[in-house]
Design a protein around this ligand. Structure first.
Ligand code: GLC
Length: 421
């Protein structure tokens, strides 16, 4: 007995040692909004159990611009401490040289994803990252307040602003002193580029830089869009909105202090959480357009997983990236986080439809979403975007007129283009 127990122990020890020496300690870096990092942690347990690897999360601030700045430095320095990066949809052309090619490893699953999303993550013929979820914003509205004042869900920006003002004024007079009409992302960062592209595009003012590389932003319609939004700051939107990112907007909304909010679908699940003051009181609709005959515009967002070229465990890093973009994880994401899947079949999945009806409803919105000009401007996209959001932020802050700021922006973009993109 003793002998065999010893033998078994010894054998277990050998197996244990062998698996320890093969198992990798991986690190995935991610910033996220809401409880995104807690969700990521919950999914890693499955990966660890299946592979014997351990994975630690390196948490980052939620701003995609802050993440990009840090990642660019780490990658340039060949940082071997990070194996997998959660990457924004706009980064693929800029960071492609630093990530491993996932083409071979993903060959059996790429067909399950929307081809346009796979294309967005492909640079120079290389699959730079595997999609984790896609994103397209919504107009969140307080159904209870619209019903109380007999207002329809607004279809135009002017209608939205008029409804916001009326409800804000009447509710404040009745004692809801902290109520605002609209919250959005007005801070000087990538999120403002997303918001402002929606305003400009929906006013017929183009897409900043067009798909063929033409710089189109200096036009009257774009200026009119920005002037319109400037009129909201301090009237239907708090002056502090110029410092808001996604989470600040959600904070005001979710404590019941906004009639409307522009935000991404992640805010849907959280707004319906047990601790939310607006649980069960809101709906979502496509963003408004400039007029009833114009089309609204939603900026295409989304997140992916890339394996670092500098990882000490490249094969395991690729496995982890693929796992985080797998159908299993995307389904859990859809159900728990109301993140939009990039896997086509999940839009017809009955469990997803039941738990998160917004997902199938949002398919049309994301399919028609407008891309930021990261493909035409390639490695210069971040500079293009930062010049754009600065011009918009200046305009909304009263620092120069929209027309002047867009003219200056055009000159700066032309100079940037001159040095090649
Ligand atoms: C969302 C989008 C992302 C975008 C960011 C801007 O996270 O998914 O693509 O860049 O918002 O704040």
């Amino acid at each position: 007995m003793l002998h065999s127990a010893l033998r078994a122990g010894l054998f277990a020890g050998v197996v244990f040692c062998a698996s320890v020496s093969m198992a990798a300690e991986l690190a995935v870096v991610s910033g996220d909004t809401g409880n995104g990092l807690a969700f990521l942690q919950s999914q890693l347990k499955d990966f660890e159990a299946k592979t014997g690897n351990t994975v630690k999360i390196v948490p980052m601030p939620p701003s995609t611009s802050d993440q990009f700045g840090q990642y660019r430095l780490w990658l340039a320095a060949g940082n071997a401490d990070i194996d997998v990066y959660m990457t924004d949809v706009i980064w693929a052309p800029q960071l492609s040289d630093q990530f491993l090619d996932l083409t071979a490893a993903a060959k059996d699953v790429v067909k399950d994803h929307f081809p346009s999303i796979i294309e967005s993550q492909t640079a120079n013929g290389k699959l730079v990252a595997i999609p984790g979820f896609t994103d397209a914003p919504a107009l969140f509205y307080r159904k209870d307040l619209l019903d109380k004042y007999g207002k329809p869900v607004p279809k135009t920006w002017d209608e939205m602003a008029a409804t916001a003002k009326e409800i804000q004024d009447k509710e404040r007079a009745a004692g809801s002193k902290d109520l605002w009409g609209l919250v959005f992302q007005g801070n000087a960062y990538e999120g403002l580029t997303c918001n402002a592209l929606e305003w400009v595009k929906s006013f017929g003012g183009g897409q900043i830089v067009e798909a063929n590389g033409d710089i189109s932003i200096n036009n009257e319609k774009a200026a009119k869009a920005l002037d319109t939004v400037k009129g909201w700051v301090g009237t239907i939107s708090p002056p502090g909105v110029l410092a808001y990112q996604e989470e600040e907007a959600r904070g005001v909304w979710q404590t019941g202090n906004a009639v409307f909010m522009r935000n991404w679908p992640y805010a849907y699940a959280l707004s319906n959480g047990a601790d939310s003051a607006v649980k069960g009181k809101f709906g979502v609709a496509p963003l408004p357009a400039a007029s009833a005959s114009d089309k609204p515009a939603a900026t295409l967002g989304g997140w992916n997983f890339a394996a670092s070229k500098y990882s000490r465990h490249p094969e395991e890093a690729i496995k982890l990236a693929l796992f985080l973009g797998s159908k299993e994880v995307q389904k859990n994401r859809a159900i728990n986080q109301t993140n939009l899947p990039t896997i086509v079949s999940l839009y017809d999945d009955p469990d997803v439809a039941k738990a998160a009806p917004i997902i199938p409803q949002w398919k049309e919105v994301f399919i028609n979403a407008v891309p930021r000009p990261s493909a035409p401007t390639k490695i210069k996209y971040n500079e293009v975007s930062s010049l754009f959001w600065s011009a918009v932020h200046d305009t909304l802050s009263g620092n120069g007129t929209a027309a002047d700021n867009l003219e200056i922006l055009e000159a700066k973009l032309t100079e940037l283009k001159g040095s090649g993109w």
